[in-house]
Design a protein around this ligand. Structure first.
Ligand SMILES: [Zn+2]
Length: 255
């Protein structure tokens, strides 16, 4: 199905995203960090907000929901396991459920770890995935509520999507993530190329998002924790990938 998409900054370093079906005019915001920039993007595009698809309960992803719902009367779709922490929810979803935005059909993937009920929305025919704070470009979310093993399994689920899937995440953290990743894999050619690209994009004040699953597989140390070379770089050769992931995550937390 044809679709249009708009990405724009919100708050300090969040992203807002609008997904639009030009066929029937439906438009979904993926998360709602704050109402102002979402209203501005709607006004600039002439689109009408019909849906908000929420990835997780954190305030920097939900702060704009109540206001937007009041004024636009849009439907709010949220993860079932966190619905009580999210305002104005109409529909709750879990693993395997389908969510429609006009004629666009997204599938819910549960990706616990950053929060326990975190979900992603995968629009397979459109090659899009909205991952919230589970996966970032060259990084991943902090394991705030879940275990390292849960987070690793969630990242594997995203890593298994087709390599050309366009990935929209919740924050612009790429430059800092690249600095850290280079300490783990200084010789990774794909990572070094991505580092150069990110410098150019950031100096031009351009987003580094979307990324792709293929790009992340070759550059993101958190998706590469089951590689011998990465385990060895953090002195955990022969250790289970989830533990290698946990070590890299705690190194990044202290970086
Ligand atoms: Zn979060």
């Amino acid at each position: 199905m044809p679709f249009e998409i708009r990405l724009f900054p919100c708050l300090k370093d969040n992203y807002g995203v609008l997904l639009h079906d030009p066929g029937d005019g439906s438009t979904a915001a993926i998360d709602a960090p704050e109402a102002g920039p979402i209203d501005a993007a709607l006004a600039a595009s002439g689109w009408r907000l019909t849906d908000i698809l929420v990835t997780h309960h954190h305030a920097d992803h939900t702060g704009g929901i109540a206001d937007l719902k009041n004024r636009h009367g849009c439907r709010v779709v949220a993860p079932r396991k966190e619905a009580q922490k999210i305002p104005s929810v109409d529909v709750t979803v879990r693993e395997g459920d389908f969510v429609t935005v006009g004629s666009l059909i997204g599938r819910v993937l549960e990706t616990p770890g950053h929060t326990l009920g975190h979900i992603a929305y995968w629009f397979k025919p459109e090659n899009l995935v909205f991952v919230g704070d589970t996966l970032f470009s060259v990084g991943c979310g902090r394991t705030l509520e879940g275990t390292a093993d849960q987070m690793w399994q969630s990242l594997l689920k995203l890593r298994n999507l087709p390599v050309d899937t366009q990935v929209y995440c919740g924050h612009e953290y790429t430059a800092a993530n690249v600095h850290f990743a280079l300490t783990i894999e200084p010789k990774n050619a794909a990572l070094r190329a991505r580092a150069e690209e990110v410098v150019h994009l950031c100096s031009a004040n351009m987003p580094t998002i979307p990324t792709t699953i293929g790009s992340e597989k070759s550059t993101n140390p958190f998706l590469r924790a089951d590689l011998h070379s990465v385990a060895s770089a953090v002195n955990l050769e022969g250790v289970a990938p989830a533990q290698v992931f946990a070590r890299i995550r705690s190194m990044k937390d202290r970086f």
